[in-house]
Design a protein around this ligand. Structure first.
Ligand code: SF4
Length: 410
């Protein structure tokens, strides 16, 4: 290990890299990303690698390059990024999963071949919708056919694992059209599918339009119908809902994201990225300029904030994250992860209260969301967060140090 690297960063710790550039800003998106022409992308890879030299673990188990739009980077920069990460971490011999988020307008066969050659083995493509009018409403820059072209390009290049991102319950969307769009996507036989209920996030154009009445969200009952039909269609097609918004075929989960939901450690590089090392959590400046400035100045730590979580905060977070998964929460394991004694554990008492309200079930020693609780996952899981844990305002799905998201990211 390099002497200037965080000693708590154990070899194997998963690695997230945030590439903040996009062709244009989507109207629903609150991730830290910006239209490329308004930002200075030159030198990004060099800065990122300088950050990686002190904050990326040796031999990460998983690597996830998200954003933003990583495939927006030109071929030479992608090569420099992955070769540089290999030199610093040796990820090519250690990572069982190397994911890249792709947008349809920037993924062709040549780029897919390049990514495979550079060590990528999982492509996550942001289709979002098969309706031209919704793509326009979203502010997406791609056309429907480009999504299919990008998928085929990845397959033709030899990609074995491809995930597709879709958004449902958009304003004006009909349940029948969503059902037919989903079925059309399934004809491609993606290995994994992320289906997100559209959310209106603070600071986005969508939220502003909602407030002024220019956009009217779907009514709750209809949203529920979208939720359940999505699960039914996907389960019938053999996809397992291993997390609220994530479905895998033949057990092809996203291992990187599972680590987030299990409250494991990870390092996050790039502007706005969040990391968790042991009991500490840290975040980089949500500003490209500030992030770049710190690295150029050789500042350490580069991140803007850091906090050490108290034992009960760690326990609450473990429940909050784990309840999103099909496996649910094993209370003894949660205590072990958080290093909390059984006599100090308030979570099972909270769980029993939620069981009485029909929101959780207790089976085979694990707590899980009931059918009533599933569509209310965020609200139910939030009951386990302790005041002051700093996570009440966060969305469990939205992780910029991570990329697991129920608000669609790409
Ligand atoms: S949704 Fe994805 S492509 Fe759109 S602005 Fe956000 S990060 Fe960029």
């Amino acid at each position: 290990m390099r002497p200037d690297r965080d000693p708590a960063l154990l070899p194997g710790t998963p690695l997230y890299v945030h590439v903040p550039f996009c062709v244009a800003k989507c109207h629903y998106c609150d991730f830290y990303s910006f239209a490329a022409e308004t930002g200075d992308s030159s030198g990004f890879v060099d800065l990122l690698l300088r950050e990686a030299s002190t904050r990326a673990a040796d031999h990460p188990r998983t690597v996830f390059v998200g954003g933003g739009t990583p495939t927006w980077l030109p071929a030479a920069e992608l090569r420099a990024l992955f070769d540089g990460l290999e030199e610093l971490t040796g990820f090519r011999s250690s990572a069982e999963e190397v994911s890249v988020e792709c947008n349809p307008e920037s993924l062709d066969e040549a780029k897919a071949e390049l990514l495979l050659e550079l060590g990528v083995n999982r492509f996550s493509i942001g289709f979002q919708s098969l309706r031209p009018e919704l793509l326009e409403l979203f502010g997406r820059v791609h056309q429907v056919e480009q999504s299919f072209d990008a998928f085929q390009a990845a397959r033709s290049a030899g990609a074995e694992e491809i995930s597709v991102d879709m958004i449902y319950a958009s304003p004006g969307e009909k349940l029948e059209t969503w059902e037919s769009d989903l079925s059309q996507v399934l004809e491609l036989e993606p290995n994994h599918l992320s289906a997100y209920n559209l959310t209106f996030e603070e600071g986005t154009a969508f939220e502003q339009w909602r407030r002024t009445g220019a956009l009217i969200p779907q009514v709750e009952d209809l949203e529920l119908q979208f939720f359940w039909r999505t699960r039914e269609i996907l389960e019938e097609a053999g996809y397992s809902p291993y997390e609220i918004s994530n479905f895998s075929l033949n057990g092809q989960h996203c291992e990187h994201n599972l680590n987030y939901w299990e409250n494991g450690s990870y390092s996050g590089l790039g502007p706005s990225a969040v990391g968790k090392v042991g009991h500490r959590r840290m975040g980089n400046p949500r500003s490209y300029g500030k992030w770049a400035e710190r690295i150029r100045a050789g500042e350490s730590p580069i991140h803007e904030w850091e906090e050490t979580l108290a034992p009960l905060d760690r326990l609450g977070e473990t429940w909050w994250l784990g309840l999103r998964t099909k496996t649910g929460i094993d209370p003894a394991r949660a205590r072990a992860v958080a290093a909390v004694d059984v006599f100090e554990d308030p979570c099972e008492r909270i769980a029993k209260g939620l069981l009485e309200h029909g929101l959780l079930v207790h089976r085979d020693g694990c707590w899980r969301l009931s059918d009533t609780g599933l569509p209310l996952a965020d609200a139910v899981a939030r009951q386990f967060l302790t005041p002051g844990s700093g996570r009440e305002d966060s969305d469990a799905d939205r992780t910029e140090g991570s990329s697991s998201c129920s608000t669609a990211e790409n």
